[in-house]
Design a protein around this ligand. Structure first.
Ligand code: DX5
Ligand code: ZN
Length: 214
């Protein structure tokens, strides 16, 4: 298995000191920065929008992994791509199935990577027709909306069939990831881990990031 892509979620950073907290994880060996965009409709919470992504892009040295927890993602692909997203992940539940391939192609037309995420109650089989089009599948192991929730082990089992069907796709997991739950996901075949509270609440961020790889 290739190197594990660690993507710290800046949702757990101090937004009044965002540059400091981004540099903290970059210096500690983070591969990507996970940016959680929430619209108050698809999920109850409201977080980061296009202007913040644009500002973060000016200071970030590593790719921006933008997780769109929003309704009507197509409308926001161009603005987030222009703001500097390197990976754009939409939710399966936010798009009519017959429009998904077109949306993936549209994201890729901006020369960025396309990801699709599924919520805990969505079955894994719905992703199968789209795997060959996608760069990444994001398996949610908590209900999207908030950081700091408890990992749902049943959701992690969805990694295995995806990895069996497709050896090349990036399988990312998000929600309640720490050294222990991250290992469960890696053993199922995940190769990208998002972690917010685990990394940002750690006294030793380089060690916390390294612990997600071993
Ligand atoms: C939850 C977000 C996650 C969140 C993860 O809706 O998608 O990216 O920041 O936070 P932790 O790692 O604390 O569960
Ligand atoms: Zn996320």
């Amino acid at each position: 298995m290739s190197k594990i892509i660690v993507s710290p979620s800046i949702l757990s950073a101090d937004f009044a000191n965002l540059e400091r907290d981004i540099k903290l994880v970059e210096d500690a060996g983070a591969d990507w920065l996970h940016v959680d965009v929430m619209d108050g409709h698809f999920v109850p919470n409201i977080t980061i929008g296009v202007p913040v992504v644009k500002s973060v892009k000016k200071i970030a040295q590593i790719p921006l992994d933008v997780h769109l927890m929003i309704e009507n993602p197509k409308k926001y692909v161009e603005p987030f791509a222009a703001a500097g997203a390197d990976i754009l992940t939409f939710h399966y539940e936010a798009v009519e199935p017959e429009n998904i391939v077109e949306l993936i192609k549209y994201i890729k037309s901006f020369d960025i990577m396309a990801g699709m995420s599924i919520k805990p109650k969505t079955t894994v089989d719905v992703t199968f027709p789209f795997l060959s089009y996608l760069d990444m599948i994001l398996i949610m192991t908590v209900e999207p909306g908030f950081g700091g929730q408890k990992f749902m082990p049943d959701c992690a089992e969805k990694i295995k069939p995806i990895r069996e069907l497709n050896r090349d796709i990036i399988v990312q997991v998000d929600g309640g990831i720490n050294a222990e739950t991250g290992k469960i996901c890696r053993d199922y075949g995940a190769n990208s881990l998002v972690a917010g509270s685990y990394i940002y609440s750690s006294d030793n961020i380089p060690d916390a990031i390294a612990s997600l790889r071993i």
